[in-house]
Design a protein around this ligand. Structure first.
Ligand code: ZN
Length: 232
């Protein structure tokens, strides 16, 4: 649900907006409210149009979607030497073959480090229902950003940390960018929620040792022991 408040609107949402702007909260969006919105937008480097849309409302502190709780890392579970596997293959597998109505991941990082956005996500107002993906499986996806690295298996089909230097670079940068927009989110590997190898390396170790994230940004639950036994 994207809320937009503009001149002529009235009601409790306008009242909320007026309180945030520290003007009289009569619940009517008139010229005074419009001017206050414009002043606020100017001061906050937003588009100055006098309309309180998702960006302006989010900057004012209105969460309309779920706050991102997890940034979950996955692999495509394809052999490292399968060079034809890319983001398009993943999307086609989920939506074309499995017939899902959306893909499993928001982002895919191909073996050459190319970042592909598979599903539109604007974190500035939280994760809206239509912005969710199916990466983790179950209720957690409502508050999760899902990232998939192409690879995860050796040429015999066994779990392996197959991240290329280019993939590592992209993943590190993407993670940091996402945390800027969702500072309370925790990094986690799929195998910390389900008994499966995905993403075939230890996300907590990597988050701590390589990214040097704060403890509150690292999910530590590890009921199946993968995060303890895999390397960073
Ligand atoms: Zn996974």
């Amino acid at each position: 649900m994207n809320i937009i408040l503009k001149i002529g609107d009235k009601g409790d949402q306008v009242r909320w907006l007026q309180r945030k702007l520290r003007i009289m909260d009569d619940g009517w969006f008139g010229v005074i409210t419009e001017k206050a919105v414009k002043d606020y937008q100017r001061e906050n480097d937003l588009l100055v149009d006098g309309i309180a849309g998702p960006k302006t409302l989010a900057t004012l502190g209105l969460q309309t979607g779920n706050a991102a709780q997890w940034i979950c890392v996955h692999v495509s579970a394809t052999p490292e030497n399968a060079t034809s596997i890319d983001a398009r293959w993943v999307k086609n597998y989920h939506m074309g073959i499995m017939k899902w109505n959306k893909p499993g991941y928001h982002f895919v990082i191909e073996q050459d480090g190319t970042l592909v956005e598979l599903w539109k996500l604007d974190l500035s107002d939280g994760i809206q229902k239509q912005e969710t993906t199916y990466g983790i499986g179950g209720w957690r996806d409502a508050a999760a950003v899902n990232i998939c690295l192409i690879g995860g298996l050796n040429s015999h089909g066994q779990p392996k940390d197959t991240r290329t230097p280019e993939q590592r670079k992209t993943l590190d940068a993407l993670t940091k960018a996402l945390l800027k927009e969702a500072p309370a989110a925790k990094l986690v590997g799929h195998n910390q929620f389900w008994n499966k190898a995905c993403p075939c390396f230890s996300v907590p170790k990597w988050a701590k040792e390589t990214l040097r994230l704060k403890d509150e940004n690292i999910e530590t639950q590890d009921p199946f022991g993968y995060a303890r036994t895999f390397n960073a």
